[in-house]
Design a protein around this ligand. Structure first.
Ligand code: ADP
Ligand code: MG
Length: 377
């Protein structure tokens, strides 16, 4: 599918007609990182996803629409769980967009994830128009994503539009060398996209906990580092496919006694790897500096701990410095960039980790397909 057909068939805000006085349900992605203080109070670590929805919310309110936002937050398993209350988001939203309503956490109701038609009916009650601006949830066929466009005139919001434009052009007309940098915790989450990207990119750089499954597939000892035994064969097959896959050749972590330690690409028994080492970080930076397009998803290490943030920081700095067109996807990756103060030096920081990976992998998302089927499309 070319980017033009993917984009042109999806209605935009302009296709909603006159919004003055209309009730508009905006599916936002307010799934922000939260932290619990010593006193038990919950606060937002990074409000990036709330601010990212403002272009759409303001476009609507400036034209007289009454906006009702709806989002999920965390994984409350289909019942009310106060740990995932929308209250912290609601207070930030009230500062940014006074007068805008916010529904309770969509995932407090099990019918959201099962895409139950009775839940869709409740969501659209009293609503005239639907806007999907939740890029980060558009890879899920959940009620709030795919339901409303079956009954209401609908549109993609500005954020969703920009995300789809950038990621589909990256997929369909890459500038070369095109490099993908992948990290984060689990290979199994990302294996599909690793395989899809191998066909598209000139080289793949792998850090994060993911790298240990690949290192194990090369026959290296990885100590007690996180790894997924049932993914080893697949990783071996990818490594043997002849694709250009860069793995770390030094690792930073904790030894069996819990002391900070630096290793080569082999870890002794009891050692745990938590970050790529300085040599690998420099080598990965070189690959990024020489690229013309870079997609990065997943931190290079457990960056939340300062001792293991250096690899992620070095890669983030290369992303900021390179002349390449740079896209970063993933909640934790975006949070890492923000913590280094580098987010403004990235061409596009995606609000969706899984969604950006799936759009790169498949070239479409359930949420986009639903909008294409809306009555006004
Ligand atoms: P994103 O949200 O950007 O898609 P992921 O959710 O896939 O990223 O992964 C982020 C998590 O991976 C972070 O919490 C980070 O601490 C963890 N992580 C990265 N490298 C390691 C490692 N070597 N050991 C343990 N955890 C790791
Ligand atoms: Mg994450």
């Amino acid at each position: 599918m070319t980017p033009t057909t993917l984009m042109t068939s999806i209605p935009t805000l302009e296709d909603l007609g006159d919004v003055d006085g209309r009730q508009v349900l905006v599916r936002t992605d307010f799934n922000v990182p939260l932290t619990t203080g010593d006193d038990g109070s919950v606060s937002i670590v990074d409000d990036f996803r709330i601010r990212a929805a403002m272009a759409t919310v303001e476009w609507l309110t400036e034209r007289g629409a009454q906006v009702v936002c709806a989002s999920h937050l965390g994984r409350p398993k289909g019942r009310v769980d106060e740990r995932y209350s929308m209250a912290p988001v609601a207070s930030r939203l009230a500062e940014l967009a006074p007068g805008v309503e916010l529904l309770d956490n969509l995932r407090f109701d099990a019918r959201e994830e099962t895409n139950d038609p009775t839940f869709v009916t409740e969501l659209v009650e009293g609503i005239d128009l639907y806007v999907n601006d939740a890029f980060g949830a558009s890879h899920r066929a959940h009620a709030s994503i795919v339901g409303p466009p079956t009954v209401l005139p609908s549109a993609m919001g500005r954020l969703l539009q920009r995300e789809v434009e950038v990621l589909s052009s990256m997929r369909d007309s890459p500038k070369r060398p095109f490099v993908a940098v992948l990290g984060g915790a689990k290979v199994s989450d990302k294996l599909g996209v690793v395989e899809a990207l191998l066909g598209a990119v000139d080289s793949l750089v792998i850090g994060g906990a993911m790298c240990f499954t690949f290192l194990a597939a090369k026959g290296h000892r990885i100590g007690d580092s996180l790894f997924e035994p049932d993914m080893v064969d697949t990783c071996r097959r990818l490594l043997e496919s002849g694709a250009a896959i860069h793995l770390p050749d030094d690792i930073v972590g904790l030894d069996a006694n819990g002391n900070f330690a630096t290793y080569g690409a082999r870890l002794p028994d009891g050692a745990k790897g938590f970050d790529i080492g300085p040599g690998s970080a420099a080598a990965f930076s070189d690959v990024i500096m020489d690229a013309r397009m870079v997609f990065w998803n997943g931190p290079m290490g457990m960056f939340e701990d300062d001792r293991f943030a250096a690899g992620t920081r070095t890669v983030a700095e290369a992303m900021a410095d390179t002349k390449a067109f740079t896209v970063v996807g993933g909640g934790d990756s975006a949070a890492a960039l923000a913590s280094f103060g580098l987010e403004d030096r990235i061409d596009h920081v995606s609000t969706g980790g899984g969604a950006s990976l799936e759009l790169l992998e498949f070239g479409d998302l359930p949420g986009l397909a639903a909008l294409r089927g809306a009555p006004n499309a």
